[in-house]
Design a protein around this ligand. Structure first.
Ligand code: HEM
Length: 523
């Protein structure tokens, strides 16, 4: 879900003259095309670039992560700026006013997604997913189905048993890891696995997948994320011939993804088919799954139902959308808890008051825990799992932001920390302080509908449909981890370093290893 830095690849040693001439011609044609395309437009300011490549090499060889590069550029050029990355033009906005203009006031104008490269089109079945679809009837049908079929409050409630199961497994896995080692646990890895299990249950409704099988599916999903990462030829398409190997590899990974997920789809189909004659075993099949809602789904403006390949794509979207984002948030959460014993003590005290130690915390309990709710808000303010919302695009030519032109083929990116760390909006924005959200303090409507101050889930028409699920999972996991263990810094990381890096989402540069001491619990 995040912008990644382009990477260079090694070009083959011998290049023919013909190829060189072809590249030179393509380059000249690109200059002419670019000059023609943007003639007469007033783009937002930005660093001067070179012909053809624009700012691409400045970014790629800056020695900084893209998220840090943008933070620095913002200081120089302000909250709206342009970067030319080869054939792509990026308009980056980073203030609450501009996010409001783009996502709310002109929400419909900027509700689309930009064109994608061939590799990503394979994995999105030609933009047949909620997150990649251009703004229109197809997107509306898919999104409506995801929200009502899966992410509504009532549907979310139906999956309480799946969460309960995954949470029990999560706590016992960590206990086993601590017992096997020196009382230490890797937080991100365990959290990621737990969220992945919940989303697999919800997507396919198959409850008897063993751990080895789940890990195999997870490994394939990770390979998909790697295969769809940003490449140099996304920006300089004339380099595509040099990326044939990566393209072939991406096709192999897609085949692997289909071969891994299609058997799960077919098993669920068989369960649904037999259900009338032979009731499904409740330990094997959930009463409902996201896949069920997709099997007969009619999409506006389209004949027939989704093909097997498209079903694989849509199922993968639900799993991917919620896994790394939520797991990343948990890692930052536990780092803050390890770093600050008083936060840990207050959260634990609230859990003891609300639930005690004779039964596990349930998601319903977390609604009645104001300090935990404030902690989750502060977590998503200070450590949004993605620093950029998904890339937006104008629906048609002629759109403007802050008086500047935004071409219809430009990527519109919203840099979220620019808003949640703005000293004009926040008191002591650099400090991690959940108390800011408690009575009489600061407010934060994460949907942005009552004004934009922090929008870790985006805002407007394309706001993340998993907002409730994401926050529910974070609060529940943090509470269960604190109810089961006392957390401390590991001797190898006595003073935690809160530096970030991008790995699909924004994770800790140094993955969190923490010491845990099991607490006395009686269930
Ligand atoms: C802490 C957890 C999460 C965070 C921080 C997060 C963040 C985001 C952000 C920033 C966007 C882009 C919004 C925009 O384009 O303006 C987004 C979109 C999306 N998210 Fe999430 N997300 C989270 C959890 C989830 C979950 C649990 C799911 C589903 C299971 C999900 C599914 C999606 C989908 C399908 C979209 C695309 C929406 C569209 O284009 O209409 N996310 N998310």
């Amino acid at each position: 879900m995040s912008m990644q830095q382009p990477t260079c690849t090694t070009l083959p040693g011998a290049m023919s003259l013909i190829l060189t001439a072809a590249v030179a011609l393509a380059v000249a044609a690109a200059v002419v095309r670019y000059n023609r395309k943007y003639r007469g437009l007033r783009l937002p300011p930005g660093p001067p670039g070179w012909p053809i490549v624009g700012n691409l090499f400045q970014v790629a060889f800056s020695g900084k992560l893209f998220i840090h590069y943008i933070r620095d550029l913002r200081r120089e050029y302000g909250p709206i700026l342009t970067l030319r990355m080869g054939v792509r033009t990026l308009v980056v906005i980073s203030s609450a006013e501009l996010a409001h203009e783009a996502l709310v006031q002109k929400g419909q104008e900027f509700a689309s997604r930009p064109a994608e490269n061939a590799t990503r089109n394979i994995f999105s079945s030609n933009k047949f997913t909620v997150n990649s679809a251009v703004y229109g009837a197809e997107w509306r049908s898919l999104r409506r189905n995801m929200v009502s079929g899966m992410l509504s409050t009532s549907r979310l409630r139906e999956f309480r048993p799946a969460r309960r199961r995954a949470m029990d497994r999560f706590v016992s896995r960590m206990r086993a890891e601590a017992d096997a080692g020196d009382d230490s646990v890797w937080v991100l890895r365990n959290a990621r696995f737990a969220v992945f299990c919940i989303l697999l249950d919800m997507t396919f409704g198959l409850l008897d997948l063993d751990e080895a099988h789940i890990l195999r599916i997870d490994a394939v999903m990770k390979r998909v994320l790697l295969a769809t990462g940003v490449r140099m030829d996304d920006y300089l398409p004339f380099l595509r011939p040099f990326f044939r190997r990566q393209q072939r590899r991406a096709l192999d990974v897609r085949r692997e993804q289909v071969d891994t997920l299609l058997p799960l789809i077919n098993r669920r189909r068989a369960i649904l088919r037999d259900r009338d004659t032979r009731p499904a075993d409740p330990d094997v099949a959930a009463p409902f799954s996201y896949l069920d809602s997709l099997l007969d789904l009619r999409i506006e403006g389209r004949d027939g139902v989704a093909s097997d390949d498209e079903l694989v794509t849509l199922c993968a979207e639900l799993i991917n959308g919620g896994t790394d984002t939520t797991a990343t948030a948990i890692e930052w959460a536990m780092a803050r808890i390890v770093d600050n014993p008083s936060i840990q003590a207050r959260l634990h005290e609230e859990i003891m008051q609300q639930v005690g130690d004779t039964r596990p915390v349930d998601e319903k309990d977390t609604d009645g825990m104001p300090y935990l709710q404030a902690f989750v808000k502060e977590l998503l303010r200070k450590h949004p799992p993605t620093y950029f919302s998904l890339t937006h695009a104008a629906v048609k030519p002629g759109s403007k932001l802050a008086g500047y032109d935004v071409p219809a083929d430009a990527n519109l990116d919203i840099f979220l920390p620019g808003i949640s760390e703005d000293p004009k909006l926040w008191d002591r924005p650099a400090e991690f302080d959940p108390d800011r959200f408690l009575s009489g303090g600061e407010t934060a409507d994460m949907t942005g509908s009552a004004g934009i101050r922090m929008i870790p889930f985006g805002a407007g028409r394309r706001i993340c449909p998993g907002l409730s699920m994401g926050t529910t999972h974070i609060a529940l996991m943090v509470a269960r981890m604190l109810q089961a263990f006392e957390w401390q810094a590991h001797p190898s990381q006595p003073k935690l370093d809160f530096k970030d890096k991008v790995e699909f989402t924004v994770v800790m540069e140094q993955p969190l290893l923490a010491m845990v001491t099991p607490r006395k619990i009686f269930f």
